[in-house]
Write a protein that binds this ligand. Structure first.
Ligand SMILES: Nc1ncnc2c1ncn2[C@@H]1O[C@H](COP(=O)(O)OP(=O)(O)OP(=O)(O)O)[C@@H](O)[C@H]1O
Length: 377
């Protein structure tokens, strides 16, 4: 079943928490709503579920307007962060609950209910715990039971609100792989809320990045990672170094260092440069590619790579994080000086310099785009 959200807005009292949201979710797709706390993810999910009513706009399931349809008639399964299992019921009875409370005309007979529960217990690999109570389960087991309970009614849409948020890192990883596999087998449409970038990248077909009640970007995990649509998405999607620079005439300045631009660009003034730790070039020699002198102040081994914290020496900036493959023959120790290049840095008009006029040219491209060819080859 597909979901169409068209110009949906939501107010709580006089505060607008969703601002004209439009989003298409194809049948069988798994979509992550990703964003910081308070960005409106849960509110949007609850509107899809029918637990919250939007103030304007349309909500359609496979083309049919469901805006006024009661939650129980939407055929939607819901999984919350905090299990919400019935404490006084066994695992098997928790899973059977949704089927037992169906209206008489659509309720399966008890044999079929028991058969379905057995199949679901098998699917979540907890057959041996059918007669336990929730208090006798681990967090990961409880969450699997919650999923089985949501799936028992064979929903066409499954909504998950931070389903693994309360679990430790290892169990989270296992469960999200398991969810992805389950999704591939059963092919329901699902929307899940998370503020964990890695979780969204690993599980979703499509990622919707939200901030402040707005959608910042809709795209595949690759899109939002490699082609961030805004400075917000770039900063939100993983670690990034922030440098300050300035465009004066046809030169880009970082501290006392300057580069010749291909041509004079229309924007003049302060710029913010963003650079992922693994996009920094390093060299022991001063060169045109690596002109920025730094000193190592921390080295930390991270599996197949090394992570350095470095202090810029003759160019006034904050400390930077640099990631270098461990295959490099010789590694700098603490205090070692070396040179950096930052050609992959993305440039934006500095926040301090944004006026309505500059907002139109907020994103200036990468240094590679702006510099003359002979400097970057
Ligand atoms: N019932 C409510 N009454 C008033 N304001 C609310 C209500 N529910 C949510 N809000 C507000 O709406 C905004 C969006 O909340 P929402 O829970 O959708 O965000 P979120 O992105 O899911 O955040 P989190 O990741 O912290 O759960 C917040 O500012 C929140 O305070």
């Amino acid at each position: 079943m597909s979901i169409t959200i068209e110009n949906v807005s939501k107010f709580f009292d006089n505060t607008q928490v969703l601002n004209n949201i439009s989003l298409d979710i194809n049948s069988g797709q798994m979509v992550a709503l990703l964003g910081p706390s308070g960005s409106g993810k849960t509110t949007l999910l609850r509107i899809i579920a029918g637990l919250e009513q939007h103030n304007s706009g349309y909500l359609r399931f496979s083309g049919k307007d469901v805006s006024r349809m009661h939650a129980r008639d939407r055929n939607v399964g819901f999984v919350f962060q905090h299990y919400a299992l019935f404490r006084h019921m066994t695992v098997a009875n928790n899973i059977a609950f949704g089927l037992k409370v169906l209206p008489r005309r659509s309720r399966p007979n008890i044999k079929i209910i028991n058969y379905k529960v057995t199949c679901l217990l098998e699917m979540i690999q907890l057959e041996h715990l059918a007669n336990r109570y929730p208090s006798q389960l681990s967090g990961g087991q409880k969450q699997r039971v919650a999923l089985a309970r949501a799936l028992a009614i064979e929903p066409e849409i499954l909504l998950l609100d931070e389903p693994f948020g309360a679990l430790d890192a290892q169990v989270r990883k296992e469960l999200r792989r398991w969810l992805r596999k389950l999704h591939e087998e059963l092919k329901f449409t699902s929307v899940f809320v998370t503020h964990d970038q890695e979780e969204a990248m690993e599980v979703a077909d499509k990622v919707v990045v939200m901030s402040n009640g707005n959608i910042e970007q809709i795209g595949t995990p690759q899109d939002v990672w490699y082609e961030p649509a805004s400075r917000f998405v770039l900063e939100f999607m993983g670690e990034v170094n922030h440098l300050e620079g300035e465009i004066l005439g046809s030169q880009l300045f970082i501290g006392p260092h300057h580069w010749q631009l291909k041509s004079t660009i229309s924007y003049q003034g302060k710029v913010d440069l963003f650079l992922r730790p693994w996009e920094i070039e390093v060299s022991k020699q001063l060169s045109i590619r690596c002109p920025l002198l730094v000193q190592t102040i921390n080295v930390s081994p991270r599996g197949h790579y090394w992570q350095f914290t470095v202090q810029p020496l003759d160019w006034p900036q904050n400390m930077l994080t640099v990631i270098i493959s461990r295959e490099l023959p010789k590694l700098p120790s603490l205090g070692t000086r070396f040179y950096l290049g930052c050609y992959n840095a993305r440039l934006y008009v500095s926040n301090q310099a944004i006026s309505n006029d500059n907002k139109k040219i907020d994103n200036l491209g990468t240094m590679y785009d702006l510099l003359s060819k002979e400097l970057t080859k």
